[in-house]
Design a protein around this ligand. Structure first.
Ligand code: URA
Ligand code: CA
Length: 441
């Protein structure tokens, strides 16, 4: 087989066979095919697209390019959740405990990664002593005994995707549905999920700015899951403004604690109940989403959810007293309000810009080597549809440098669009995609 022929075939709009897809993924992973040829193939795929079969084959080939985590020693259906990314998304910290408390195993491998704030692991490290360092045996034992464990991504998962994603990033070939969908799904499947709930975000703070694109991406991923024998559903949700109020590490953990105690922001609570209900159905712990939702509401109301978080923190060496006494979390030295300079209704909050302001404050990593400041971040007080008076607080900044606090203040004010006419609040859940079709609300 010659790479040249594959490029020509795809350039001419023909379909690649399973063998051809396996060939280029295997050889590229080994370093036997140069980047320039793979770049040309990616560009050909970008223009000529891939069909469902090719997309599923590409996903499988990327899964097989590295290690596949074996979670078969864990009892029950392992359901994983994946979000396509947004700002202030604290759902994992809430979903993990409530789903585990309902009896479904939560075997979560999380990353640190680059971003506006740290990843789930960074956030959990706000608990003094918390660690993800444990053997695979211990990880599995914790899930079997406590129904939940959070591990670091140590395995060599889907290395073909790592190389391809980096190459696509610099060759303007990221935004092709088949390439994005296979990239995301390959990582989920390699990390051992039996079933997958996807939270596909749409809006200013999301990868998919446009709602139709978000539905199309969701459909593509659900089709891959179905093709590969992993029950997959996708919920399409709004990311036109940050989720909840807090954006930062310790600040988001505190928000997660409030939510687990039944006192969290409405949108964050709603999203967790929706995603969690689908996880329980796929995990065969409930027959319908309505029944599952009632179970989760009861778990929050009875305190079983917050107790599960304590159990998780303690099991991984963290100080669980922080849960009852959030003042123990790292705090910033400067806590200053951002005041509105006009009156009206909030029409938009550019989630991306709020994220960048959090990054300026030090909440996230700009490069792999950056150190995260767990204490800093932003707490919003006004969301889309709210009325603001001139001089009223729209947000509070938690900073450790006056200079950064000033920069963030300007960025936050710029991120808000305030208008005179009344604005409706946003609908959070836009629809659901299952193997049976698309249901737009
Ligand atoms: N996220 C991924 O993991 N892969 C893509 O291709 C795009 C977003
Ligand atoms: Ca939040």
């Amino acid at each position: 087989m010659r790479m040249y022929d594959l490029i020509m075939k795809k350039r001419n709009g023909e379909e690649l066979t399973t063998e051809e897809i396996n060939y280029f993924i295997q050889e590229y992973t080994k370093g036997e095919i140069p980047d320039y040829q793979v770049s040309a193939l990616m560009m050909a795929i970008y223009f000529q697209k891939m069909n469902k079969r090719e997309t599923a084959d590409l996903t499988k080939a990327m899964v097989d390019s590295g290690e596949i985590i074996d979670l078969s020693a864990i009892e029950g259906v392992k359901v994983d959740k994946h979000s396509t990314g947004g700002v202030g998304d604290t759902t994992t910290l809430i979903l993990g405990p409530i789903v585990a408390a309902a009896g479904a195993p939560v075997a979560k491998m999380s990353g640190r990664g680059l971003g506006h704030t740290g990843g789930t692991i960074d956030k959990l490290e706000s608990f003094e002593g918390f660690s993800v360092d444990m053997s695979v045996e211990r990880f599995i034992q914790n899930v079997n005994e406590k129904k939940i464990a959070i591990g670091g991504q140590t395995a060599n998962l889907a290395p073909a995707d790592k190389k391809l994603y980096a190459l696509r990033d610099v060759t303007a070939t990221v935004d092709n549905m088949s390439l994005i969908a296979s990239s995301i799904m390959s990582k989920k499947i390699a990390s051992g999920a039996d079933a997958i709930v996807l939270d596909v975000k749409t809006g200013s703070g999301a990868f998919m700015k446009n709602e139709d694109d978000a539905f199309a991406l969701a459909k593509e991923m659900v089709d891959i899951g179905t093709h590969i024998g992993r029950n997959t559903i996708a919920v399409i949700t709004d990311m036109d403004q940050p989720l909840g109020f807090a954006v930062g590490n310790a600040l988001e953990v505190k928000e997660a604690i409030d939510t687990l105690k039944g006192k969290g922001p409405k949108d964050l609570t709603e999203l967790c109940l929706t995603l969690g209900a689908h996880m329980l159905v796929l995990g065969e712990k409930a027959n319908t989403v309505e029944e599952a939702r009632r179970v989760l509401e009861e778990i929050i109301a009875s305190g079983k959810g917050i107790n599960k978080l304590k159990e998780l923190v303690k099991a991984q060496g963290g100080n669980e007293e922080f849960v009852e006494n959030p003042s123990l979390f790292p705090t910033a030295s400067i806590v200053e309000p951002v005041l509105a300079n006009e009156e009206g209704y909030v029409k938009g909050i550019k989630a991306d810009d709020i994220g960048r302001a959090a990054l300026v404050l030090g909440a996230g990593r700009e490069t792999k080597e950056s150190e995260i400041d767990l204490s800093v971040g932003i707490v919003l007080h006004k969301k889309i549809g709210d009325f603001v008076k001139k001089g009223e607080k729209v947000a509070t900044i938690h900073a450790n440098s006056v200079e950064k606090q000033k920069i963030a203040t300007d960025m936050i004010l710029d991120a808000y669009t305030i208008v005179k006419e009344k604005i409706e609040a946003k609908t959070l859940i836009k629809g659901i995609v299952t193997k049976d079709g698309i249901n737009r609300f």
